[in-house]
Design a protein around this ligand. Sequence first.
Ligand SMILES: NC(=O)c1ccc[n+]([C@@H]2O[C@H](COP(=O)([O-])OP(=O)(O)OC[C@H]3O[C@@H](n4cnc5c(N)ncnc54)[C@H](OP(=O)(O)O)[C@@H]3O)[C@@H](O)[C@H]2O)c1
Length: 244
Amino acid sequence: MHIGIIGRGTLGGAIAHALDASAHAATVISTTRANARENRALAQASDVVLLCVKPHDVPSVLREIAPELRAEQVVISTAAGVRLDDLRAWSGERARMVRTMPNTPARVRRAMTVIASSSHCDPGALAVTRELFDTIGETAVLDERLMDAVTAVSGCGPAYAFTFIEAMIDASIALGIPYDQARLLVAQTLLGSAHLLLASDAHPGALRHEVATPGGRTIRGLLALEEHGVRGAIARAVIAASGA
Ligand SMILES: NC(=O)c1ccc[n+]([C@@H]2O[C@H](COP(=O)([O-])OP(=O)(O)OC[C@H]3O[C@@H](n4cnc5c(N)ncnc54)[C@H](OP(=O)(O)O)[C@@H]3O)[C@@H](O)[C@H]2O)c1
């Protein structure tokens, strides 16, 4: 399968890197602004075209490549906030259009990619998209009306996670743990916690309380978080990013 990535930047680069390292039998070609004149040739040579340009560049890029698109091709947009109806209109309805929201852990094949479904979606195109993104992480299919929320949760989520990680590392250093060890302790603790959550049916609140033994240190830490409104602040950040 020939995959053409238009916009090999942060996300496009992460996906290209992961596909190169994955078992997916794909030949990946890509463009950036520097060789944007090759966009039409890329579209012509690709079975799947991945659009990884900024949302405001999507209309012009789609109109530019539209003459090269064919009915059997799948064009996958990763652009935040860009609706399927608009994608179809800008492409002249020449190819099968899919809207997705991946995230940057794609680079290490741990992406969370949500694929938007709507009544107009071609099931074959959704299947091709799912197969592709399954090779670089987890996938889920959700109704298109939830995509702004999805963007705020899993698209933007790595930024919130790194903010939390950075704060934990800063505290570790303040308490005397050298940076390299602090980085490992914090990252492995978050990774392990995420694995524990996914492996159990328990609510995260129940798992949190398992750590907090009566009269222990954890509950003091949790109360300090509540005093500073951390849970509310995180929830407000996600809702703000959704545009709601
Ligand atoms: N970053 C994330 O975590 C993330 C997560 C989910 C979804 N997304 C979506 O992914 C898309 C890209 O975001 P990003 O953060 O990866 O942006 P980015 O790093 O700025 O990458 C955009 C890329 O598009 C290239 N480009 C611009 N105009 C072009 C054109 N006409 N032809 C070919 N390439 C062109 C740029 O080229 P130059 O390098 O030459 O400037 C750059 O490589 C956005 O729509 C965003 O909503 C991003």
